[in-house]
Design a protein around this ligand. Sequence first.
Ligand code: ISE
Length: 345
Amino acid sequence: MKDHELRVGIIGVGVMGADHAHRIARLVANARLVAVSDPDTTRAQAVAGQYDGVRAISDALDLVADDDVDAVVIASPGSVHEEQVLACLEAGKYTLCEKPLTMDSASSLRLVRAERDRGRPLVQLGFIRRFDPEYAQLKELLSSGRLGRTLLVHNTHRNKDVPDSFRSEMIVRDSLVHEVDVARFVFDEEIEEITVLSPAPSGHSPEGVVDPQVAIFRMAGGGIVTNEVFVRSQVGYEVRCEVVCERGTVIAGRPWGDLYSTTSGDTGGSWGGTVPTDFRARFARAYDLEIQAWADASRRGEVVGPTTWDGYAATAVCEAGLKSLATGAPVPVGLADVAEDTNYA
Ligand code: ISE
């Protein structure tokens, strides 16, 4: 594979998959989009038709097995990831799997073990924040030790709006899951306990949906992470992370000058920044860097970035978070033995 372009197939061409299709077909060096698959075959054909030489393959598992596909991007719903990732592992193909890895910790752990049993890593998880230049700089600054020990993290995660079908559980599994990864990335520690609080909901939430939510993580070393997730903010995509250390603080994702206030329909304005409308705009550069890093690593025969273990740990935290969402009480997170599950030797 080293000497030629990486021939990539994409499973799932909804919003994220279609965005990746454009990126791989047009922007990423040394990679070529060769096939796409989607249960909605009209959608698959429409995406394939936009680029020369791209086939629409109706069955996702046929795409994985195809001899002309070297590596696979999985951008389908989390509920079908287990069988698709397993197929990629069995075919020995490098894979970028969007979050969540799977819908429950037992199936995520099965994938960690299946990959380990093959003796070498093949799967990178799509936790995008790690590839955002500001988050990467923030991490570098923390690692330099200049700010001292990390004590607290405050994450903000707001979407402009989501469909009514986006229920409380999806806010945990699809949105909060990013902040779970941020917390583990920033602290380099596991999350030991999660509490999900349910403030009075916004009038824009459908009946019975808890939006916004506030989640609190207790880290293994005793640090605390607070997270606001509000997916119907009416304003735009606002994602930031503030880290409080012994000798200073650092913020990633800060778009403002002095007083900062946004209102629905006013995403530019006098306060000195611009709120993007969605994650594709906010993290465009990060997605480019992520997919390029994945393609380069795959061509070298390596995996970089978040692993199946990171996917499993995040799924386990969200699973505990769903229990907490039901009661408001703290729920401990139990993980399998790290040494056992990440030892490729
Ligand atoms: C979506 O799946 C994403 O990954 C976005 O980053 C997140 O902000 C959104 O809430 C999710 O639905």
